[in-house]
Ligand binder design. Structure first.
Ligand SMILES: *Cc1c(COP(=O)(O)O)cnc(C)c1O
Length: 430
């Protein structure tokens, strides 16, 4: 399936012309392809088919209700990191019994809410948290299903800000301490039901090696825990990387079919690496993809406001800033940036694409060869579906952009653009 492509030199999402969307709904504008999300879910689900498995979409990547609803209808579960995300999942028609709750800092209110709603499992990240969940569950007269997040101390070889599986990261419990923590929980925490083991080593992994290494390292421990406590599941986390550079020519292959030199991590390669290791366990296997599911399914449309030709650089000043998409400045994230209307001659020029925010870190691309766009032209920042809108803020009192879900030629506004009154809501002069 081919979901962002040029048709007669106009960029389309499925059967919808993106230039027309920008004209109608304004910019900055997030646009998502429902078909891409569906396809990604189904491909991963099929690749894990030999296992008793559940795909738990990591809500933090993109938590729009329409996207959660799409995944819920496909049968997916959800990995949540706050009560707010659970609230969204429920509003979108998702099943709490298919939700796992991650994160190092769960509050009492969050634990209570998740217990009331009957989530599948709390994935605890410290012994103190386990004991606290036990206490809260006891007070509510409930038993809390728990797993421990194991920090396997393997290097995911990804950006420092998105690596999570090393001992120096705040996530999970040190590999060497895990069995003791399970033993103490089993002995001293009567309000816990030990239900599984979890790990998540990082995000945007582009090779299967760290996944294989981590699974191989943790499996013997999972077997011990299985034998001692009779668990139901092992979650191998998320982290499947995506290709941020893709061909947009009509008829070009999509990334998962791309050759292994440009992108070694296909969903097939991932499954081939981990499925044979996991199958003999006979446990339910959970997988928690975020970026993989939605990253390539979204674009951020932005209009060029001005061009400034300085002595050192040319700047294309656009109406989307780091408050709309923070990945370039926070993670050194690289996004392909293309014009929605392709210029005839295919020329490019070297420029920085910068936003209107009063920060030097406010850029979408630096020293980039891009089409020679001028004021009024619309650019598409590709692969902005994950960690885009969910990390957007009102910095500089800028209203959050609108979000659109496209299905073929059907266009739905799935979040309205904020008004200034929305931004100021709840604020008072003392
Ligand atoms: C963020 C996160 C994920 C999703 O990571 P991706 O790289 O987006 O797939 C999965 N599990 C946990 C526990 C996370 O914190």
């Amino acid at each position: 399936m081919h979901l962002f492509h040029y048709q007669n030199d106009r960029l389309h999402c499925e059967d919808t012309d993106l230039g027309s969307l920008a004209a109608k709904h304004g910019t900055p504008l997030y646009v998502y392809s429902k078909g891409t999300i569906t396809s990604h879910y189904q491909r991963l689900d099929a690749a894990l088919d030999p296992l008793d498995h559940l795909v738990c979409y990591a809500v933090k990547a993109n938590s729009n209700l329409a996207i959660l609803s799409t995944i819920a209808k496909l049968g997916g579960g959800f990995d949540i990191v706050s009560a707010g995300e659970l609230y969204r999942v429920i509003k979108a028609g998702g099943d709490p019994a298919k939700c796992t709750f991650a994160g190092v800092g769960k509050t009492r209110a969050e634990i209570e809410f998740a217990l009331e709603k009957g989530i599948y499992c709390f994935n605890a990240e410290s012994e103190a948290e386990l004991r606290y969940i036990n206490q809260v569950a006891g007070e509510l007269g409930k038993k809390a299903p728990v797993a421990v997040r194991v920090n396997p101390n393997v290097d995911a070889h990804t950006h420092a800000k998105i690596t999570t599986g090393k001992s120096e990261n705040k996530f999970g419990i040190d590999f060497d301490q895990v069995l003791d923590v399970y033993a103490r929980a089993a002995k001293e925490c009567p309000h816990l039901e030990i239900r599984g083991v979890q790990m998540h080593i990082g995000s945007q992994l582009t090779s299967v090696t760290p996944f294989r290494e981590a699974v191989e390292k943790v499996i013997p421990m999972v077997k011990d825990i299985q034998r001692l406590y009779g668990i139901q599941f092992f979650s191998i986390g998320g982290g499947i990387g995506i290709n941020y550079k893709q061909s947009l020519d009509s008829g070009a292959s999509t990334w998962w079919e791309s050759n292994s030199e440009t992108h070694p991590l296909t969903v097939q390669a991932y499954a081939e690496a981990v499925v044979p290791l996991l199958q003999p366990l006979g446990l339910r296997i959970l997988c928690e993809p975020g970026r993989f599911m939605v990253g390539n399914a979204g674009v951020l449309l932005t209009s060029v406001l001005y061009e400034k030709r300085g002595s050192a650089k040319t700047f294309k000043i656009v109406d989307a800033g780091m408050n709309d998409l923070i990945r370039p400045t926070l993670y050194e994230g690289w996004h392909q940036i293309v014009p929605v209307n392709k210029p005839a001659n295919g020329q490019t020029e070297l420029a920085d694409v910068v936003g209107p925010i009063c920060e030097s870190g406010d850029f979408l691309a630096q020293n980039r060869d891009i089409a020679p766009v001028q004021a009024g032209d619309v650019l598409a920042v590709m692969s902005a579906g994950a960690y885009g809108f969910t990390m957007a803020s009102n910095y500089n009192t800028r209203p959050l952009p609108a979000e659109i879900l496209v299905e073929g030629s059907k266009v739905s506004v799935v979040r309205e653009r904020q008004t200034l009154d929305d931004v100021l809501k709840g604020e008072h002069i003392a």
